[in-house]
Design a binder for this molecule. Structure first.
Ligand code: UT7
Length: 312
């Protein structure tokens, strides 16, 4: 029992924070940020704009793209680590705002920057079990709520936004979410985590080292697991944290850079929203075409990491 992608959507807040905006409020430079991260700008949500607002906007766009209504969806999974409310989930808030009349299951997963793959992993399981028809996966984050303007080493790295994908059950096992692999190592909690007063605590260089080793590992593992080779992959759309991490992963895997999609320059690191946002960007700009095979590896707080293969 397989699945196929039938719609996508995204939402980025109106406000753009450029590197020059950071230069005005902290001891940093555009040159440092671009050369160390590849980031030129990021979107920051308005003070009263919530994760649920952004997720709902992306979900609405995906429903329109798929030409279906919310009652055609029978499960909503939201990947987010930055919800304003401890309960209920962002997923039920989205469902309510979109006016769902069916009592479908809706829940959040917290996988930090790997959250998108964790959500896809759940969806793949439900499709394989044959118990759901159409599942909406949303990645939505308000990272700006955790940005500590007194810490220049993390403040410049993150952005806000949301992306949504809709998958439908299908008989083909060669379309949609083809495979997923997710892993975690709780012993490495200290490397990157949030604090009770909503700040990002990160050992940047150590996190960097783990990312450039574990993302290629996950990519190799999933290709072996799915029985495919690099030649079968049309695009690598990696988690967008840092262009140097992305380039290093490409080099370790031996992938040419023209097969790698980069959005970190425009969106910065949007954590669990990164994958769905990047896919939506790639569709909107005619970069990826229906039928192509995408490899998406990711890495983040937890530590968590993994990869997915999606034929779009
Ligand atoms: O999704 C996973 C989430 N996290 C990540 O992927 C982050 C992984 N890590 C990284 O991307 C990189 O480690 C950073 C971009 C965070 C930092 O780059 P780096 O090349 O590892 O720099 P560093 O931490 O070794 O710092 C080098 C210098 C330091 O100055 P000194 O001690 O050499 O004088 C920092 O204080 O750069 C300084 N620095 C800055 N300078 C200007 C750190 N942040 C800034 C800044 N502007 N914003």
């Amino acid at each position: 029992m397989g699945n196929k992608l039938i719609g996508y959507g995204s939402y980025l807040p109106e406000r753009i924070m450029t590197n020059a905006d950071f230069e005005r409020v902290m001891d940093t430079t555009d040159e440092w940020i671009v050369s160390r991260t590849g980031i030129h700008q990021r979107h920051f949500a308005a003070a009263d704009e919530t994760v649920a607002d952004m997720a709902t906007n992306a979900a609405r766009a995906a429903l329109e793209n798929a030409h279906i209504g919310i009652d055609d969806i029978d499960m909503i999974i939201v990947a987010t680590t930055t919800p304003e409310l401890d309960f209920p989930s962002v997923a039920v808030q989205v469902m309510g705002r979109l006016g769902a009349t069916q009592n479908i299951p809706a829940f959040d997963v917290r996988g930090a920057c790997t959250g998108f793959i964790y959500a896809l992993h759940c969806a793949r399981g439900f499709f394989t079990a044959g118990i759901h028809e159409r599942i909406m996966i949303i990645g939505a984050e308000k990272m700006s709520r955790f940005v500590d303007m007194d810490d220049r080493s993390t403040a410049v790295l993150f952005g806000d936004g949301a992306g949504a994908l809709i998958f439908e059950r299908s008989t083909s096992s060669y379309s949609g979410i083809i495979d997923t692999v997710v892993m975690s190592d709780g012993k490495k909690f200290d490397m990157l985590h949030g604090s009770p007063d909503h700040k990002i605590i990160m050992n940047g260089p150590e996190t960097y080292k783990m990312a450039v080793s574990l993302m290629p590992d996950a990519a190799r593992y999933i290709m072996d697991h799915a029985g495919i080779t690099q030649d079968d992959i049309d695009w690598i759309i990696p988690h967008q944290a840092n262009i140097r991490i992305i380039q290093s992963c490409a080099a370790r895997l031996g992938f040419p850079l023209d097969k790698i999609l980069i959005t970190v320059d425009k969106h910065a690191n949007t954590s669990g929203a990164s994958g769905a946002l990047a896919l939506a960007y790639a569709f909107d700009n005619g970069i990826i075409k229906h039928g192509q095979l995408i490899l998406y590896p990711a890495f983040g707080s937890g530590l968590t990491w993994g990869a997915t293969l999606i034929r779009v």
